[in-house]
Design a protein around this ligand. Structure first.
Ligand code: HEM
Length: 143
């Protein structure tokens, strides 16, 4: 399969298709938490690590909130609504400077996690398509 990164303009919100619920059925909550944790561990070594909480506790919490969201968006338990409230993802990302380049690093870190993953390709594709398009919504600055 191809992990294409779609060109996206800052300030646009192209229509998003949620991941196939089979992604969560395949991974289970634990598998999803592991996948998100692996992604965050790569972010912490990347040149956008400065966007994320520096402390181990803060970083672990960031992983939890992200995994809560992905479980929910894949049709699972609404952990995110329960712990954080309405998603409003673009607004939640507004305090962080997310450039085209930061999005690229964020997506490439996901490619590193998804490529070797045992998940069937059609499920990877569905998950990827969601990440690719929805991440355009989070870009908010040119610098
Ligand atoms: C599909 C696209 C994305 C989704 C679904 C997503 C999801 C999330 C979620 C659920 C949170 C936690 C929000 C909260 O608890 O208040 C979060 C936080 C965050 N995200 Fe994203 N995100 C996406 C794209 C990005 C991109 C492209 C970047 C940067 C390149 C980014 C950087 C961050 C940062 C810096 C935080 C705050 C971490 C913290 O301090 O807790 N996100 N994201």
């Amino acid at each position: 399969m191809e992990f294409n990164i779609t060109e996206g303009q800052i300030g646009t919100r192209p229509p998003v298709v949620k991941p196939d619920p089979k992604v969560l059925e395949y991974l289970g909550e634990d598998g999803m938490r592991q996948l998100i944790s692996d992604h965050y561990d790569l972010l912490r070594q990347s040149n956008i690590k400065g966007l994320f909480p520096p402390s181990d506790e803060g970083f672990a919490l960031a992983k939890k909130h992200s995994a809560d969201f992905f479980i929910q968006i894949c049709g699972g338990t609404r952990h995110f609504d329960q712990s954080r409230g309405k998603p409003m993802m673009a607004a939640r990302h507004a305090p962080f400077a997310i450039t085209q380049e930061a999005r690229r690093v964020w997506l490439e870190s996901y490619i590193m996690v998804l490529k070797p993953h045992a998940m069937p390709d059609d499920l990877k594709q569905s998950f990827w398509n969601y990440l690719d398009v929805f991440s355009i919504w989070m870009m908010n600055t040119t610098e």
